[in-house]
Design a protein around this ligand. Structure first.
Ligand SMILES: Nc1ncnc2c1ncn2[C@@H]1O[C@H](COP(=O)(O)OP(=O)(O)OP(=O)(O)O)[C@@H](O)[C@H]1O
Length: 292
């Protein structure tokens, strides 16, 4: 069953088109990660799904109805501030405890798991970006509802906290909840049952990570100082930094041996999430048609 469904969703601000013809379907019990570079329109898409932004055309449905006022079924972590700056972390948690019927005491253990317990008596206006995000996550994830809509849950977090957030999301998925999240960090792809890549205002590919990896062409790389050696072999002219080197994709049908590559370019054995992210957000849109 589809929990969230968008149909030909488009959004423009003044004359600027941000999203066009977005088709996205989120199935019950899955983690779907919407991946795309900064500024591509992920937050605009999430606001439309949350019902706080009206689409210019097309439609959104959440549990089969209009998304406005779905706080009984959906917990939101959006870019607009969830917490009050003037209150301490503890006061914010108590506020949600009193306000939201589905808020649970698990908030306190989530705060602990995210390493925020010692900062709960500081005002949120004195928090760092990462501390604020931890508090927002504790609030959003402590609300016991069937759907979590998390816009950039791992932004501004350090590596070990990101791993803990992944674990918290997996626990909810394993309990049958549905999670739609967005990210511009390739490592968040590791968390998802399915990925939807957004580029040029559209969803250019949606599938399981395994299927999406399958379609990625051969990757080759060279030293940063030898980037010009990639010019003649880079699919769609796209090169990108990864693992201390610079990489590109080989056009489909290229010979699979290294002998056909200019020196000092070598084939890469294992394709990573950075390769996957770059392929679907930069190379696919640059190729004809724009969809994979
Ligand atoms: N209310 C608004 N009025 C005008 N333009 C807007 C408005 N909201 C968003 N935009 C524009 O829409 C585009 C997409 O913004 P959005 O915040 O959705 O990107 P994003 O993919 O979430 O980026 P990031 O990964 O950096 O958070 C940007 O060019 C932004 O300036």
């Amino acid at each position: 069953m589809s929990v969230v469904e968008t149909d030909a969703l488009a959004k423009s601000f003044a004359d600027e088109s941000i999203l066009r013809d977005v088709e996205l379907s989120v199935e019950e019990g899955e983690v779907l990660a919407v991946m795309g570079p900064n500024g591509v329109g992920k937050s605009v898409l999430f606001s439309a799904i949350a019902g706080s932004t009206r689409p210019s055309s097309g439609s959104v449905s959440v549990f089969g109805t209009d998304p406005t006022d779905r706080s009984d079924t959906t917990s939101f972590l959006l870019q607009d501030a969830l917490c009050s700056d003037r209150l301490t972390g503890r006061e914010n948690l108590r506020y949600f405890d009193q306000l939201h019927p589905a808020f649970t005491d698990e908030a306190w253990s989530i705060v602990d798991r995210l390493g925020l317990t010692d900062d709960l008596d500081k005002r949120v206006e004195d928090y760092s970006g990462g501390m604020t995000r931890k508090l927002e996550l504790a609030i959003a994830l402590a609300i016991d509802v069937p759907l979590y809509l998390l816009d950039e849950p791992t932004a501004a977090l350090d590596l070990s906290t990101i791993q803990e957030v992944h674990q918290l999301v997996r626990e909810r998925r394993d309990a049958g909840r549905t999670i739609l999240l967005s990210s511009h960090q390739p490592m968040d792809a590791d968390l998802a049952d399915r990925l939807a890549f957004v580029a040029d205002g559209q969803v250019v590919a949606t599938d399981s990570p395994e299927e999406l990896f399958e379609a990625v062409p051969q990757v080759c790389q060279t030293r940063l100082s030898s980037v010009s050696a990639l010019e003649d072999v880079a699919l769609a002219g796209v090169t990108y930094p990864a693992d201390g080197a610079v990489r590109c994709f080989r056009p489909p049908g290229s010979p699979s041996d290294e002998a056909s590559l200019p020196d000092p370019v070598a084939l890469v054995d294992r394709t990573t999430y950075t390769d996957l992210f770059t392929y679907y957000t930069r190379v696919v849109p640059a190729m004809d048609g724009g969809t994979a």
